[in-house]
Design a protein around this ligand. Structure first.
Ligand code: MN
Length: 203
């Protein structure tokens, strides 16, 4: 996750699609601010805070597991956003498939129930944070709500899917209606990317 330059500085990953590609669900203006301003700021601050410390040159996941305070916050936000943007697609696979589909059905009943549970968790999360679908080492699925920059990597889990419930993720398009923003997000979540993560970990 997240590439570095030759000096070990983290680089802002380009969006894997055009800024206009996710309309009408996520506008160009939202992506411009969310990626080019907010995410860029997290990456810049991460480099500033890690530089000249024992964290310089460390893998981003290890910084997330070990750091606290502002360095954790900016490291996790850099990772979370690259992961989030990479989960979205203008031509998404609409449903999980293969082994992940089996696990979703066994755990939640069906994909719609999983969507409902994650949406409920997103609406219920007070303030800023993230709602995750994560798997443990045996492939068991869970929905994990985290405040602020929280990431299930710190619990030893494997993140599969993330819903960003910070206001900057939806406020331009949906104002205070977080539920509408989450409903729209499901239209561009690419289950192919989610399934690939599940399969990659051999869960
Ligand atoms: Mn965000």
């Amino acid at each position: 996750m997240t590439t570095t330059d030759t000096t070990g500085k983290f680089l802002l990953a380009p969006l894997p699609y055009d800024m206009r590609a996710l309309t009408p669900y996520i506008s160009e203006e939202t992506l411009l601010y969310h990626h080019d301003r907010h995410t860029a700021a997290y990456v810049n601050k991460l480099n500033e805070l890690a530089g000249g410390t024992l964290y310089e040159g460390m893998a981003l996941e290890d910084i997330i597991r070990q750091a606290e305070g502002p360095l954790f916050n900016n490291a996790a936000q850099a990772w979370n956003h690259e992961f989030y943007f990479a989960t979205l697609s203008p031509a998404p696979q609409r449903m999980p498939s293969g082994r992940l589909l089996e696990a979703v059905n066994a755990t939640f009943g069906d994909t719609d129930s999983l969507r409902q549970n994650m949406t409920q968790a997103a609406v219920a999360l007070f303030g800023s944070g993230w709602v995750w679908l994560a798997a443990d080492d045996r492939g068991a699925l869970s929905i994990v709500s985290k405040p602020n920059a929280g990431n299930p990597l710190t619990d030893g889990l494997h993140p599969l899917l993330a819903i960003d419930v910070w206001e900057h993720a939806y406020y331009i398009d949906y104002r205070n209606a977080r539920a509408d923003g989450v409903k729209a997000l499901w239209q561009v979540i690419d289950w192919k990317a989610v399934c690939k993560r599940y399969d990659e970990h051999n869960l």
